[in-house]
Unconditional design. Structure first.
Length: 260
């Protein structure tokens, strides 16, 4: 991109709920401005649009509705359990379902690694690894696209809490999720936790670019991988879920399932 991406930080409780309820519309508006009538048709009636406009989540010029930024950063307002059920678990479940040979509804993958970080690296784990990661995902979502677009979610979980090495991979990742949630709610440990998700609309080109961004992160942290799980002092997991209706022509390095 030629310029730094613009961000809207969603902090108010009402705006947060509106964005959660109408994510698909906002993602569509990030792709292109839409006539007011088309937006109302998507929403079912004009009332939600009036609320979105009132809380600054979209804007209107003449008869056209626009997204107000290239990216929306949501600061959760509800309790952690509700936050996980509403936003995080759907993406993670898709990746874990692949591990269990269950249809994920699209293309899903989950990658997890135990890390051995120095005290300095541990204190700066998010800015050193994740901030650029999300900026690069935003660049991938900005690539020209064509044809059917489907929602792509990329979830990152990180925690410095100890994870039982006897747990199965699926249970260990769920334990990481629980630990990251607790750490995020603890002021003195918040900087050690990562629990963030990126959403966009993607065609195969954007999906491949996003997958390359994930692989870049994997390669970056691989040199810090713990020799044995018991030596790990940090656990990082990335789950991707592209809710595509077809995956023809993709290099199938991840599990693929077709939607009916």
């Amino acid at each position: 991109m030629n310029a730094a991406p613009s961000h809207t930080v969603v902090e108010s409780e009402l705006a947060y709920d509106l964005l959660q309820d109408h994510t698909e519309l906002v993602l569509a508006l990030l792709e292109r401005p839409m006539p007011k009538g088309e937006v109302i048709e998507m929403l079912g009636n004009e009332t939600p649009l009036k609320r979105l406009l009132k809380h600054g989540l979209v804007s209107q010029e003449g008869n056209t509705i626009y997204a107000v930024a290239e990216a929306y950063t949501q600061l959760r307002q509800e309790g952690m359990v509700t936050f996980l059920e509403r936003y995080i678990l759907p993406s993670l479940s898709a990746g874990l379902s692949v591990e269990s040979d269950v249809d994920a509804g699209g293309i899903a993958n989950v990658w997890s690694v135990p890390l051995k970080l120095s005290p300095k690296d541990l204190e700066t784990v998010r800015p050193d690894n994740i901030d650029d990661f999300f900026n690069e995902l935003l660049e991938a979502s900005d690539l020209p696209a064509q044809g059917l677009l489907s929602r792509l979610s990329v979830l990152v979980i990180g925690t410095s809490k100890e994870i039982d090495t006897e747990l199965s991979k699926e249970d260990a990742i769920l334990k990481q999720l629980k630990c990251a949630s607790i750490q995020r709610s603890t002021a003195t440990e918040k900087h050690l936790a990562i629990l963030s998700q990126f959403d966009c609309l993607a065609d195969s080109t954007r999906f491949e670019a996003a997958r390359d961004v994930v692989q870049k992160l994997v390669n970056k942290v691989d040199v810090k991988k713990a020799s044995t799980p018991s030596e790990a002092n940090y656990h990082l997991t990335v789950a991707t879920h592209w809710r595509c209706t077809a995956a023809n022509g993709l290099d199938n390095e991840v599990e693929v399932s077709q939607l009916c």
